[in-house]
Design a protein around this ligand. Structure first.
Ligand SMILES: Cc1cc2nc3c(=O)[nH]c(=O)nc-3n(C[C@H](O)[C@H](O)[C@H](O)COP(=O)(O)OP(=O)(O)OC[C@H]3O[C@@H](n4cnc5c(N)ncnc54)[C@H](O)[C@@H]3O)c2cc1C
Length: 520
């Protein structure tokens, strides 16, 4: 992996890119891999860290979306199920099959969910993750220890995918670089360059040095998630395109759901589905759907969302978590394309591609699971707009960086795929790098070194939130681990004591928002 200096040099030197992508979340990185794999000279700029936005804050499901089936959005479900199969095929080190159990408390529920989930299985065709089946009360209790037993009539078992969203984004960034692409984090698009009414590039600012420079391209793709309208406004478009909806999650210790299976609650009080999912040794509970007025970089959970999650956990797992048992709380914002009014939970999760008269291509909406398809569609349009030689898409079978089917016991190691032996070598050469960053976290000091050297980690937050998932798993432990991580990172990046202290303070400010505060 090139150094940041080398990447910035490449950005500055290239007189004209074929494709310039603004935004380094799932959508932008997917489009970048799509463009580079077709042979186009492609650059991507991200103003924060890769996946700092919505793409590190998902429910971690690679799924067709059982809820969209209920809404009869069959095309979206089938597309997403196809993409789910491709994600497993192309990144088996990051995606795996997970069994879900729907606990059922009324007699009608068993045939209803049993049939619905059978249809879900059929729609996935050859890419099915496994058969669904109706469970007795006893089987449901065995598969979901901890589930409320009072009134339990049975359950339905089905299969879907799970992944580590931020690690998947890093694998996309590495794949892009392997394909000859140039991606930089902490570089912001501050405006668009226009010539004769056409968008021919973007003004950029390196946020580490404040250096300004211009990037010219045959076509510019706006993949900025909930910030899409900011970039459209740079192009003179001030229409409202998006509704923003917030979703929050809790992380609980594994004893709330001591099982390798996930629980899916098919109908919450606001008509949504809710999940309790084993992830990296803990249980993730979510999500909510609350309309918000505007996009923000670090959304915070609302009291109403926390109350909703607590209420439903208590209802289905029979126990209310104590404050100290809630290890982390995080929120993400959905960029939903407006189509009429109504609740955000009813808005479509389909993606939208817009081409402005200036030629600016915008891609937004969709789901993590459909990122590849979004990238393919966006680059198809970008090819036409930019007059690029037409090339077929190659990404449906493109293996991502680190591809490996080697069985690895620890989930925190498995995400490195074929790079794992190189991380192990780091700890062989220097045994102190084999130490855990914190006794309550599954990560080792070697991951810090690896993140700085090979994954463009620039801050303690990059390491603890997205290269490892420490902050999402246990916010207090991540805060306690931070000084040690900061020392090693500053050494790797040859940073001063003063800059290290500033970095740590920034991390503490962000991390405090992940600690659960109750209402009293
Ligand atoms: C609570 C929640 C749960 C979800 N769960 C799932 C799930 O389980 N499975 C699933 O498939 N999908 C899920 N989704 C949907 C999925 O997470 C999103 O569809 C996806 O992450 C959106 O990615 P994006 O790249 O469009 O946006 P983002 O990830 O937000 O990326 C946009 C990026 O653009 C950057 N940017 C903005 N302006 C500029 C600029 N001027 N210059 C440079 N960069 C800029 C931002 O910093 C940001 O990193 C969930 C969403 C939410 C909110």
């Amino acid at each position: 992996m090139s150094s940041r200096a080398e990447i910035l040099r490449r950005l500055g030197e290239q007189t004209q890119w074929d494709v310039l992508i603004i935004g380094g979340g799932a959508t932008g990185l997917g489009a970048a891999v799509e463009a580079a794999s077709r042979g186009y000279k492609t650059a991507l700029i991200e103003r924060s860290d890769f996946a700092k936005g919505t793409s590190s804050r998902s429910t971690k499901l690679v799924h067709g979306g059982v809820r969209y089936l209920e809404q009869m959005n069959i095309t979206l479900v089938m597309d997403a199920l196809r993409e789910r199969g491709r994600m497993l095929h192309n990144a088996p080190h990051l995606v795996h099959d997970l069994s879900f159990v729907v606990p059922v408390f009324d007699l009608f529920g068993l045939p209803y969910y049993g049939f619905g989930l059978k249809v879900y299985e059929w729609l996935s065709g050859k890419l099915s993750f496994g058969p669904s089946s109706i469970l007795s009360t006893k089987e449901t209790q065995q598969l979901l220890p901890g589930v409320r037993t009072d009134g339990l009539r049975g359950g339905v078992l089905y299969h879907d995918g799970q992944f580590d969203d931020a690690r998947y984004a890093i694998a996309l960034m590495r794949t892009f670089e392997d394909l000859g692409g140039t991606a930089a984090n902490y570089v912001e698009a501050t405006g668009l360059i226009e010539h004769n009414g056409k968008t021919i590039g973007a003004h950029a600012r390196d946020l580490e040095t404040d250096d300004l420079f211009d990037l010219r391209a045959k076509v510019v793709v706006n993949a900025t998630g909930v910030f899409t309208e900011q970039v459209l406004a740079m192009d003179g478009d001030r229409e409202t395109l998006l509704s923003v909806s917030q979703g929050s999650h809790f992380v609980l210790p594994p004893d709330f759901l001591p099982s390798s299976n996930a629980m899916m609650i098919p109908k919450t009080s606001d008509g949504r589905v809710l999940f309790a999912i084993p992830w990296h040794g803990s249980t993730v509970v979510g999500t909510t759907d609350e309309a918000v007025d505007r996009a923000s970089v670090e959304p915070r959970s609302m009291a109403s969302e926390r109350a909703f999650l607590l209420d439903h956990i208590q209802k289905y797992l029979g126990r209310k978590p104590q404050k100290e048992e809630i290890l982390s709380v995080w929120s993400g914002l959905r960029p939903l394309v407006r189509k009429g009014g109504g609740a955000t939970s009813k808005l479509s999760r389909d993606h939208t591609i817009l081409v402005r008269p200036s030629g600016l291509v915008t891609v937004t909406g969709g789901k993590w699971t459909t990122y590849r398809r979004m990238g393919e569609d966006a680059i198809n349009r970008a090819t036409e707009v930019g007059g690029l030689p037409s090339q077929p898409s190659r990404t449906s079978l493109l293996r991502l960086h680190g591809w490996s089917r080697e069985p690895v016991a620890a989930e925190s190691d498995r995400v490195y795929g074929s790079d794992l032996p190189k991380l192990e070598q780091l700890s062989q050469e220097n045994p102190s790098l084999n130490e855990l960053i914190h006794p309550k976290l599954p990560y080792r000091m070697r991951e810090v070194v690896w993140a700085a050297r090979h994954e463009m980690a620039r801050s303690v937050e990059d390491v603890l939130a997205r290269r490892t998932r420490a902050l999402f798993l246990n916010a207090q432990a991540a805060i306690e681990a931070a000084p040690r991580v900061a020392d090693l990172l500053a050494k790797e990046l040859k940073r001063s004591e003063q800059s290290k202290t500033r970095d740590l303070e920034n991390f503490y400010t962000v991390a405090r928002g992940y600690i659960y505060e109750d209402e009293e």
